[in-house]
Design a protein around this ligand. Structure first.
Ligand code: SF4
Ligand code: SF4
Length: 172
């Protein structure tokens, strides 16, 4: 890990693939399963994810296109738990609060791995910070000993470095 002039650090996440880390290196994270907050929304699908999803779900049922980009759509759920204030959640969020893609296919879109982080690109470098809304809603920040900076490969799939635009700011 190397440190630049400001508080950001350049970290090798995968062999030959570096990211500029813009959060406190002492930040820890462990997902609190009952939370499910980040699954109450639609999810951006990068092109490789869209193709992969076609192997395990009906794209016409599960996805929608907005501003020319593909998302997993959110839908109204007939339940009180694991939904947002509008009663909706991700198409794949099951009644028990588990992701059906993760639980049944052992796979999930890259965007879901990145949460609660966000990715932006500056001068050709991938920059990673904590998503603003995560500070308010994600229950998994600083509740464990697992330092995010030591496990960036789990948050940032290698495919991000191959994309024309890996930025995560686009939301449904
Ligand atoms: S918001 Fe955070 S704690 Fe909650 S399900 Fe998502 S990653 Fe886990
Ligand atoms: S695909 Fe799975 S992990 Fe991603 S938002 Fe939907 S339910 Fe959550």
């Amino acid at each position: 890990m190397s440190q630049s002039g400001d508080t950001s650090r350049r970290v090798e996440v995968h062999p030959g693939k570096e990211a500029v880390v813009e959060f406190d290196p002492e930040l820890t994270f462990e997902c609190v399963e009952e939370c499910t907050w980040c699954c109450h929304h639609g999810v951006l699908l990068y092109e490789p994810d869209f193709l992969e999803l076609a192997n395990c779900a009906s794209l016409s049922e599960a996805t929608t296109q907005v501003r020319g980009e593909d998302f997993i759509r959110k839908e109204e759920k007939d339940r009180e738990d694991h939904v947002g204030e509008d009663g909706e959640a991700c198409f794949f969020l099951r009644d028990d609060g588990l992701c059906s893609l993760h639980a049944e296919e052992d796979w999930k879109p890259a965007r879901c791995s990145v949460f609660p982080l966000s990715v932006s690109v500056e001068d050709g470098d991938i920059h990673v910070s904590v998503r603003d809304s995560a500070h308010e809603h994600c229950e998994g920040l600083n509740v464990s000993e697992r330092r995010v900076v030591d496990h960036l490969d789990a948050f940032l799939p290698a495919v991000l470095w191959d994309l024309d635009d890996p930025e995560t700011r686009r939301e449904l």
